[in-house]
Design a protein around this ligand. Structure first.
Ligand code: AMP
Ligand code: MN
Ligand code: MN
Ligand code: MN
Length: 334
C-alpha cells in the first residue's frame, strides 16, 4: 500500500525525497514533487522541558542549519509551541507542534512522540494536564528517594537547577547530584541513581502506552514510538511493543533517532515494513555541543517504510514551509 521513498543524507542533515505514486498524488499538494527536497527533524527539546535553548533560539538554530521542517517535542508539554511557531513564521520554516509523552509498557518507561498538526486540542488537553500532575508528584518521590541516599533537600536543589517553575525531570536531579558533588558527572548520576532500574527511575505515575497513544490519535495527531533501540529490548520484545503500540492506534516509529548503528537501523526498518508503520526521524536534540545537532542523525537506509510525512494527517504540512498550521490558531493550555 505504500510508495517507496528515497531517504538520503545531505550536509544539512537527512532529506526525505518521497517518490509519489499516482494513487497518492491526488491527496498531496501539487507543488510537491521529487525535485523538491526537505530537511527534517521531528524530535527536539527546548527550555519548555529539559532542553538548553529557548523555543525561539532552537528555531533559529534549525533555520540556520537549513531545516525546512521541525517538530518541537518537549517532554509532556506543548508550552513552548506557541513561541516556536512565531519564531518559525519569522524564520520561514515549518513547525510541527508536538510533545514527547512519558508512558509505561511492561514496567518500562517508553516514550511516544506526538505530532499534533492541529495544535493542542481534544483529549490531549486533559492528557497533558494529567502528565503535568504526574510529573510533579513523581518529582516528590524521586526527591524522597535521593534524600535517603544522601542528597538532602533534593527537591529544592533540583528546582534551582531547572531555573524555572516547569515540572521537574530526572535531568534536573542529575544536575543537582553533580553540583553537590555526589557524583562526578551527569552520566554517573544516571548510572547510579536515575537511569533505568535505579531508585530514581520512578515510573509508576505514567499512563499505559495505549492510553497515551489514544489521546494523540483522538486529538488529530500522529503517534510515533520514540527511539525504539534505546530501551534495551530484544528484537522479539521490541516487536511486541510495536504490536501493542499499533493496536492502540500508533502510526509511526522513529527509524532513526540521533546516532544509531546502521545494521540495527536496517533491522528496525524490516520490523516497520512488516507492520506497515510509517518511519519518522529526529535528532532528540537537547543542547548545543551534544553529539546530535538539529537535523544531524545517522543515515536513513533505503526502506519501503513510508516517511511519516506521507501520513494523511501530516501531508498538508509538507508545502507549508512558513509558520505551521496554516489558518488554524493553536489552542492554548487552559
Ligand atoms: P524524565 O523525562 O524526567 O524521565 O527524564 C528523561 C530524560 O533524561 C531523557 O529525555 C534524557 O534527556 C535524560 N536521560 C534519561 N536517561 C539518561 C541516561 N542514561 N543518560 C543521560 N541522560 C538520560
Ligand atoms: Mn530529555
Ligand atoms: Mn525520549
Ligand atoms: Mn526526546
Amino acid at each position: 500500500m505504500f510508495n517507496t521513498p528515497i531517504l538520503t543524507n545531505s550536509p544539512h542533515g537527512v532529506m526525505l525525497m518521497p517518490l509519489l505514486p499516482n494513487a497518492l498524488a491526488s491527496v498531496l499538494p501539487t507543488a510537491f514533487d521529487a525535485d523538491q527536497r526537505y530537511s527534517v527533524d521531528l524530535h527536539m527539546h527546548s527550555t519548555a522541558s529539559d532542553g538548553a535553548l529557548s523555543p525561539t533560539d532552537l528555531v533559529t538554530l534549525c533555520a540556520g542549519r537549513g531545516l525546512t521542517h521541525m517538530a518541537l517535542t518537549d517532554h509532556d508539554t506543548m508550552e513552548g509551541v506557541e513561541e516556536a511557531s512565531r519564531a518559525a513564521q519569522q524564520a520561514g520554516l515549518c513547525l510541527v507542534p508536538g510533545c514527547e509523552l512519558s508512558t509505561r509498557w511492561q514496567g518500562i518507561n517508553i516514550h511516544v512522540v506526538a505530532l499534533m498538526p492541529g495544535g493542542l486540542q481534544g483529549p490531549m488537553i486533559e492528557g497533558l494536564e494529567q502528565q503535568r500532575e504526574a510529573r510533579i508528584k513523581r518529582a516528590e518521590v524521586i526527591a524522597e528517594r535521593l534524600e535517603k541516599m544522601g542528597l538532602p533537600n533534593a527537591l529544592e536543589k533540583a528546582r534551582a537547577q531547572a531555573g524555572s517553575d516547569r515540572p521537574l525531570g530526572r535531568p534536573d536531579f542529575a544536575r543537582a547530584l553533580v553540583a553537590e558533588g555526589v557524583v562526578a558527572d551527569w552520566a554517573g548520576a544516571f548510572k547510579r541513581y536515575l537511569g533505568s532500574g535505579k531508585k530514581g527511575d520512578v515510573k509508576a505515575h505514567w499512563p499505559e502506552i495505549s492510553e497515551a497513544v489514544g489521546w494523540v490519535v483522538a486529538s488529530g495527531g500522529v503517534a510515533v514510538l520514540a527511539h525504539p533501540l534505546r530501551y534495551g529490548l530484544t528484537r522479539r520484545k521490541r516487536g511486541l511493543l510495536m504490536d501493542t503500540f499499533m493496536e492502540a492506534g500508533g502510526q509511526g516509529v522513529e527509524l532513526v533517532s540521533g546516532q544509531q548503528n546502521p545494521d540495527a537501523t536496517r533491522d528496525l526498518a524490516r520490523q516497520l515494513v512488516e507492520r506497515e508503520l510509517y518511519a519518522s526521524l529526529g535528532s532528540d536534540f537537547h543542547f548545543p555541543g551534544s553529539h546530535a545537532a538539529p537535523g544531524s542523525m545517522s543515515p536513513v537506509p533505503r526502506t519501503a517504510a513510508p516517511p511519516i510525512w506521507q501520513h494523511p494527517r501530516l501531508a498538508h504540512l509538507r508545502d507549508a514551509p512558513s509558520g505551521m498550521l496554516g489558518a488554524k490558531p493553536l489552542n492554548k493550555l487552559s
